[in-house]
Design a binder for this molecule. Structure first.
Ligand code: SF4
Length: 253
């Protein structure tokens, strides 16, 4: 059977998965603590190769000392490094955070841009961070956030055959309604933490099992190779993403 004839069934299943995830996690929200778009951008940069919980332990003091792009841009770099050290890769992260804030000051009038192409110019910001900031700070769904959980679960759920975040995002954008792109990511992240863990997925108590082609493979390794999961600078290359094939509005269902 050709791929084109398979697509509707796959899309139907993706939408059923989305609706079920919405019912399972009705109140799911972004797990990072922030008060402004700049703070969300910084927290998301810090979350690479680190848990959101750890980031949330670090950011209160970081944002107390440097609450906005102007203060972060003028900070002593070594002080930022010290404050973010426990999130790992702290030298790169601190350097990118400061460079991004300086660019926000010099090129964007002190405001985090609300346009994907402009966000991608900021040091340390690739599509994952840009998608998180656009969706959660500005309510703009321009792509699907692909972190380690979205990558793993989308693969196990049979919605992509790829392990590269850009290709996974492209596949998901074709399958899911645009207004739900961030809803998908946030809820998949919840499910990845609670049930479909990397090493020991709990298929026997998973509410998605009847829709998941990996549920019957419980005896076999389910983890996918993760060679390039979350590179720091840049997160991953950012080729053009095609516009979505569908725009079914399921928000709130
Ligand atoms: S059935 Fe298993 S592999 Fe599939 S989503 Fe649930 S826990 Fe993950």
């Amino acid at each position: 059977m050709c791929a084109a004839r398979k697509l509707p069934a796959k899309q139907k299943r993706a939408i059923e998965l989305l609706l079920r995830l919405k019912r399972l996690y009705p109140d799911a929200t972004c797990s990072l603590d922030y008060e402004t778009p700049m703070q969300l951008m910084v927290a998301t940069i810090l979350s690479a190769q680190c848990t959101d919980m750890r980031v949330n332990l670090v950011t209160p003091e970081l944002f107390r000392r440097f609450p906005d792009a102007e203060s972060m841009a003028g900070a002593d770099l070594s002080e930022i490094e010290t404050l973010v050290k426990s999130t790992g890769f702290y030298r790169n992260k601190a350097k990118n955070i400061q460079a991004a804030c300086r660019m926000i000051m010099t090129e964007f009038g002190g405001n985090v841009p609300q346009v994907m192409e402009e966000l991608l110019k900021l040091p340390g910001v690739a599509r994952k961070t840009a998608n998180v900031v656009l969706a959660n700070a500005f309510g703009i769904n321009m792509g699907v956030t692909v972190d380690t959980h979205v990558k793993r679960l989308s693969y196990r759920l049979g919605l992509t055959k790829h392990t590269d975040p850009i290709r996974i995002e492209r596949d998901l954008m074709k399958l899911l309604p645009q207004p739900d792109w961030e809803n998908w990511s946030i809820r998949v992240i919840y499910h990845g933490r609670a049930v479909c863990m990397a090493r020991k997925p709990q298929c026997d108590r998973c509410d998605l099992a009847d829709l998941c082609p990996s549920a019957t493979l419980a005896e076999k390794p389910l983890a996918i190779p993760e060679p390039d999961d979350l590179a720091i600078t840049p997160e991953h290359p950012t080729p053009a993403i095609d516009p979505p094939a569908t725009n079914l509005n399921l928000v709130g269902k």
